[in-house]
Design a protein around this ligand. Structure first.
Ligand code: CO
Ligand code: CO
Length: 329
């Protein structure tokens, strides 16, 4: 066994973060036609690819259930733990809810990686959960050839103030609460070992305030931008809502270094698959590089909100009709 300080965690996995998701089209084919118990209390299920399941448990109260886990996105064990926890909690915020309890999910190559590194991962997760005021009670771990970490999170939400994928209305602005670009920066980090503090700060930032602000501003539609990229998640939302979108490419914020990372070729396969998936519904007057940035697979990205969120840039507008087209200008 090597010493913990010499271990580059990103080299222990074939893919990293939300970029290791099963591609969107492939996943939809796998789950299509699979139905479980049909309950009128299941307010949000699998239908529109929402961030979490929501079930009504009584008047004015619903439970949000979600889980997210992935292989290392960064070499530092503590940071990876923080990122994975912030990312898992995000799906509760993206539904307009607040997390109330979480459990850990761990896959660990016990023979290859020291236990003290796992301890660092868990410590990172706990620190973020503490920030979210969300207790973590135990979890489940398995011996696994590739390390994996995440949380299963349970939250509460007012069923009348849910943020869903299928409530985007024409005429409303589209806001984005975090800059894009962590995909290309993580890809560069994995290749070169360069550390991008701005990417880590963005990925470990909770979407708690953004979710609360979205609900308070009266928004009804939101999702978080993760593995399918801005274009992929926007496409899913427009399709679920039966509307189209106009995107102002120049208004989309990027992390420092993202354009340079793209220029230097650090684009993940997941990002290319995202763009290919959305392309049939794309009308673009910008070049391919700009589209790749807009499709960049994010890990623990911001909220994409239909409505205005104080402090977040407006990056486009929902328009009526069309074939859930995204026009990028
Ligand atoms: Co999500
Ligand atoms: Co998720």
């Amino acid at each position: 066994m090597t010493t913990p300080s010499s271990i580059r965690l990103t080299q222990t996995a074939h893919g990293g973060g939300c970029a290791c998701k099963i591609p969107p089209g492939e996943l939809e084919e796998i789950v299509s036609g699979l139905v479980g118990v049909d309950s009128p209390d299941l307010l949000v299920g699998l239908d529109d690819g929402d961030d979490a399941a929501v079930v009504r448990i009584g008047p004015g109260q619903a439970v949000v259930v979600t889980t997210d886990f992935f292989t290392p996105v960064v070499d530092d064990a503590y940071d990876w733990g923080r990122i994975a926890a912030a990312n898992a909690l995000s799906d509760v915020y993206a539904m307009g809810g607040r997390p109330i309890v979480a459990v850990n999910l761990v896959g660990w190559p016990r023979e290859v990686l020291p236990a003290e590194l796992l301890r660092e991962v868990l410590r990172g997760g706990l620190d973020i959960a503490r920030e979210a005021a969300c207790p973590v009670g135990g979890g489940h771990s398995i011996d696994d050839p590739e390390p994996k970490y995440g949380l299963a999170v349970t939250g509460l939400v007012d069923p009348d103030r849910l943020l869903r994928n299928d409530r985007a209305r024409a005429g409303l602005p589209i806001s984005l609460t975090k800059p894009l670009g962590v995909g290309v920066l993580n890809n560069r980090h994995k290749s070169t070992g360069e550390v991008f503090a701005q990417a880590i700060a963005s990925m470990t930032a909770l979407n708690a305030d953004a979710g609360r602000a979205a609900v308070e501003s009266g928004a009804e539609a939101a999702t978080d931008v993760t593995g399918f990229g801005l274009l992929g998640h926007l496409h899913k939302m427009m399709r679920a809502s039966g509307v189209s979108a106009v995107l102002d490419a120049a208004a989309v914020p990027y992390l420092e270094g993202a354009r340079e990372a793209l220029r230097d070729g650090y684009v993940s396969g997941g990002t290319r698959r995202n763009l290919d998936w959305v392309r049939p519904h794309l009308e673009a007057s910008v070049d391919e590089d700009e589209l790749l940035l807009l499709a960049d697979a994010q890990t623990s990205g911001g909220l994409l909100v239909v409505g205005e969120v104080p402090g977040a840039p407006v990056i486009g507008e929902v328009v009526a009709g069309g074939e859930h087209t995204i026009s990028v200008r």
